[in-house]
Design a protein around this ligand. Structure first.
Ligand SMILES: [Mn+2]
Length: 373
């Protein structure tokens, strides 16, 4: 049987304030096409269906649309678990009802759940959970951290291993040796959170979610990765879903197209302006970093005019010189014009010219005197 494994959709995610919902809709369709083309007989989604616990209505509507597409149109059963970004009880609601319609959801941890049988496979759906939840079920197990919690829960699941079927696990966690970075930065980094790979021994395939770069560990543990790049750090990272053959246990990445382009550049102001002029009007989402100065209004306006997709503009913080620091009584003794001169000198490296000073004074007059503290 062919099984399509995906994870970390993060429906409703915004990239620096820009909604990616249209791209996510295209992603869902690309996945459905791939499932059909490859003859997949099941879809696994290993957590983080939504980006936030309070998912926006448009994201919930896209989830509905996606499930209708796979279940009603393609007639492919869906197996999904809650990730750390999902509202577990909400995602898991109507579980027993939906199960009859071949939508199998694990919201909250149930270490005693029986595996779901599908042809030659037994599927174990293990949502994201914390040590506290594991302690609730196993109060005597001495569970100090997430790694031990996973060990205890998997021991329980392994008790119901059938002899004659492939054992598939869906889980959402940080497996030891996995490479984080980018939009999964909030993934727990550090000692007790990482699950040693031996813990997964016994399963034939471990369909993981949590880390956003697709990667295989020990040949049978696989992060499908997010289907789209969700940060500039992932610009150029090939995204995919994973096709598993349950008979041979062969894995094949199914590349997914990205409907938008991410561009990251850093350089001196003149270089970035030249880059922006060359790419005038480009729809690409851009992140620019000035290496020689701070961001000011003039350069920001110039770059935004040229690049409508500019999402992030950063600059060098001005270095604060000792004589730039003022005591409160010195500060209140300075005139607005002297303050402007000091400010421009410190941020721009030069005082304002006569014209700028005239603008400033006119604006100050129009605005009235500054409110007194
Ligand atoms: Mn995620």
């Amino acid at each position: 049987m062919k099984i399509l494994h995906t994870a970390d959709w993060h429906l409703g995610l915004e990239l620096h304030g820009v909604s990616l919902l249209d791209a996510q809709r295209q992603m869902v369709r690309a996945l459905a096409e791939a499932a059909q083309r490859e003859g997949a007989e099941a879809l696994l989604i290993s957590g983080d269906v939504f980006d936030r616990v309070q998912a926006p209505p448009e994201a919930i509507a896209l989830y509905d649309e996606a499930m209708a597409l796979f279940l009603n149109e393609l007639r492919i059963p869906v197996y999904l678990i809650a990730g750390n970004h999902d509202a577990a009880p909400r995602l898991g609601s109507l579980r027993a009802v939906l199960q009859r319609l071949h939508l199998h959801v694990a919201g909250r941890l149930d270490p005693f759940a029986r595996p779901l049988l599908l042809e030659d496979c037994a599927l174990y759906l293990l949502p994201h959970f914390g040590p506290d939840e594991a302690r609730y079920f196993f109060p005597d197990a001495q569970i100090a951290g997430s790694a031990r919690a996973m060990e205890v829960v998997l021991e329980q699941l392994k008790r119901s291993f059938p002899d004659d079927r492939r054992k598939l696990l869906l889980a959402h966690c940080f497996a030891a040796g996995g490479q984080a970075g980018g939009s999964d930065r909030s993934a727990q980094v550090g000692g007790s959170g990482r699950v040693p790979l031996e813990t997964f021994e016994g399963f034939d395939y471990v369909a993981l979610g949590h880390l956003h770069a697709p990667q295989t560990l020990r040949g049978f543990i696989r992060y499908a990765g997010s289907p789209l790049p969700y940060s500039f750090a992932e610009a150029g990272q090939a995204k995919s879903a994973t096709l598993l053959d349950s008979q041979t246990l062969a894995l094949r990445p199914i590349p997914l197209p990205c409907p938008y382009e991410l561009v990251e550049r850093s350089g001196r102001a003149e270089e970035l302006v030249a880059f922006a002029e060359e790419n005038r009007g480009s729809e690409a989402y851009c992140s620019l970093r000035l290496t020689d100065r701070a961001v000011d209004y003039a350069i920001e306006r110039r770059l935004r005019e040229l690049l409508p997709g500019l999402l992030l503009l950063q600059g060098q913080a001005p270095s604060l010189q000792a004589d730039a620091v003022l005591r409160p009584e010195e500060l209140s003794a300075l005139s607005p014009l002297s303050l402007l001169r000091r400010y421009m000198q410190s941020v721009e490296g030069a005082p304002p010219d006569k014209e700028q000073e005239a603008w400033f004074l006119r604006a100050l007059e129009a605005e009235g005197p500054p409110p007194s503290a």
